[in-house]
Design a protein around this ligand. Sequence first.
Ligand code: ASP
Length: 594
Amino acid sequence: MTHFKDISCGELRAADIDRTIRIAGWVDRRRDHGGVIFIDLRDSKGIIQVVVSPENSAAYNIAQRVRAEWVLGLEGIVKSRTDETKNPDLPTGEIEFIPTHINVLNEAETPPFSLHEPGEVDESLRLQYRYLDLRRPDAMQVLRLRHAVVSYIRNFFSEKDFIEVETPTLIRSTPEGARDFLVPSRLQPGEFFALPQSPQILKELLMVAGTERYFQIARCYRDEDFRANRVAEHTQLDMEMAFVDESDVMALVEELYIEIATRFGGGKKISEVPFPRLDYADCIERYGTDRPDLRFGLEFSDVGMIFKGSEFKVFSSALENNGQIKAICVKGQSGMARRAIDSLVEVARSAGAGGLVNIGFSETGEIRSPVSRFLSDQELTLLKEKTGATNGDMLFLAAGSHEIVSETLALVREELAVRLDLRDPEIFAFAWVTGFPLLEWKVEENRWDATHNPFSGFFEDEENSLEKDPSGVRARQYDLVLNGEEIGGGSIRINKRSDLLRVLKLMGHTESEINKRFGVLLQALDYGAPPMGGVGAGIDRLIMQLIGTSNIRDVIAFPKASSGSDPLMDAPSPVAAEQLKELGLQLDPELGSN
Ligand code: ASP
């Protein structure tokens, strides 16, 4: 195989018994059993047990010296283990390796943390020594899986006549709604490149160029404040097609994700095929979010009409102020402990709600609720009817503005699912969400803004036109959701200059801004841009779902720490005064000098 090894340690099997071969790797563990020394030798494919007895004194003397993580090259014979020492939990557990020669290829310091108990170690220390952390077979396994998935994606698209095109990473800013990373230009001092938030404009230009079917495993950069599972640089499956409508793109993407989930999902089941298609407004109505976790129910019921003029002022006044009252029914939980209820109230408050009302219907039909004296029998009967609650169930109700009720109950719904263990780990619940508004009104900025990006096409009619009522115009956008995470999204694009101009003007851009920022796209649209659409889908989030981790850093080879900095390379870092000078930059003196 190479100068040092004929086969990988982890690939040795009973079929290799009696072969004389060379292997090489790292010492995972060394155990001295008084007389015989056992070395677990590890390489990228797994571990083999090496047994050194004192009869081979040269090898034995070396084996006595070796320590964890030393690098060894061995020559020797594969032998069967005795029946008592066979280990069925290890792929190489039927055999062991008896070295004739041990060659120390390199010694090693004791690692700063145990590679066997990563959970015990502070994450920033693991990231600082990520090259050691990756020696854990579990960590390496994730990189292998990621490679396999990305290779599969590349083949999938290649076979469907797509070509992978690399787009530049030093570009002019492409707006995706986040802050750009800027790179100062030395040759044009005072000017800056932006790192792409996505290859959006470039892939549209590729369609104008006649590429018709493009994809790329693209690195994208968004300078966002830290939020769990957001990273400044992420990898995106980016694709674009010409002469398509929504159904073409969605069908292809759906086919890809079904294949990936089936091949790489470790036997987990897809809950529904074809993926359910949810309308945005309906989604907010039922789940309070546009990325609902469909592994469990707990849908909201609108119970507002029951409480018009109710004696319970919290409810009736919410309605008078144009608000809503919605309920979640939790089966069999009428006896939920006081403490559990209180902490759900806290969750509700964190979403901005004044509180969360709970009404339990005991098995024998009694009402258990802190507000029971304000509720009439008729209200309670209607509540049961509307929510489907029966004796034994618990209702949680929130009242207030549409936004607050949605956000509150969405959080409560998720929290309930965690506590009651409703998220089946063996299920992939995919869904498409469509029907998004094209624009949303930004109160503070006093302008319309794109809900996704300004390039999405839209549906217009007499009633709902950009000129008459922008809020009623729907985008030709589709988002792909998996187990409550948005894992991708795309749209059919605007391919007419005049339409893009109408949107950009509504968003408050001036003519000169438009020309500066979007000039190239506007011009290209004038030269025969075909109907086109595509998708950008996160690779990191997909791998997270495949392996079932909630930590995005598990699926990235060299991730940034949660603070956004890189403990391994110690970046970002100050630069030499000379470098700043070349770039024509000066630091704010308050930031200190280099
Ligand atoms: N450019 C979009 C994004 O990065 C994806 C797309 O519409 O293709 O989110």
